[in-house]
Design a protein around this ligand. Structure first.
Ligand SMILES: [Zn+2]
Length: 236
């Protein structure tokens, strides 16, 4: 009897926590992971807004005339409202990464939905931003969030290009790793905070240092930069 029950529990845990991530991350089904096959790429930044890094990153993007998509943490948006206002003012897109940076596979269906809804409502009511995309922390979801169709109906999104920028490495190494993976419709994920579990202190400094060279290198290959809303305009 016991082995049978334990087997059932293990199967349920695998189905709830693991299978959805094989689905979206390995089979690439159920979440958007690239844009249209055009000579354009989307720069996306997770984990901010961060008072130590995000402002400097916004300076670089402004000087280069590039707009990006920021997947933000609700709690940090509350702590750093001026950075969300600046993103809006300078033409960037603000989307949902979660209310806290927590592992969604370990959350109940209600708590997982709450991560999206709370952030969505905060950004909408406090900042007048209407969010449509959800990239869960570490790109990990559970069965409920994979099939969730809530009132705000956020589309799940992962990425095309991820190169481990949460570790400290020379800017030139980071640049070379990204450029090897650039292709039409690439969604590039980088990080503008080092407060997240697993990231090394100071890692975003390398991202910011690399950014002007990355922008030049991508442009010299004939690509332009888009936000997600440029690829997928809101249907009214
Ligand atoms: Zn994250």
């Amino acid at each position: 009897m016991w082995p049978w029950i334990i087997g059932l529990i293990v199967a349920a845990v695998l189905l709830y926590c693991v299978v959805p991530n094989v689905w979206i991350r390995v089979l690439r089904v159920g979440a958007v992971w690239r844009g249209p096959q055009q000579p354009a790429v989307a720069l996306t930044f997770d984990d901010g807004p961060d008072p130590k890094y995000t402002g400097r990153l916004l300076d670089v993007l402004r000087d280069a005339g590039v707009n990006a998509t920021f997947f933000v943490i609700g709690e940090k948006a509350l702590r750093n409202p001026e950075l969300i206002e600046r993103m809006k003012r300078e033409g960037h897109e603000v989307e949902v990464h979660g209310y806290q940076h927590v592992p969604v596979p370990l959350l109940s269906p209600g708590a997982a939905a709450g991560q999206v809804e709370r952030t969505h409502h905060l950004l909408s009511e406090r900042f007048g931003v209407r969010t449509r995309w959800y990239r869960p922390p570490w790109g990990l979801c559970n069965l409920a969030s994979l099939f969730r169709r809530g009132r705000s109906s956020h589309r799940l999104i992962t990425w095309t290009v991820m190169v481990g920028d949460w570790r400290v490495m020379p800017a030139q190494v980071l640049l070379a790793r990204i450029m090897r993976k650039i292709r039409p419709g690439a969604i590039i994920v980088l990080h503008d905070s080092d407060e997240t579990w697993g990231s090394e202190p100071g890692a975003p400094d390398n991202v910011i240092e690399m950014m002007p060279d990355l922008i030049n290198a991508i442009r010299s290959r004939g690509y332009r930069f888009v936000r997600l809303c440029d690829w997928w305009p809101e249907r009214r």
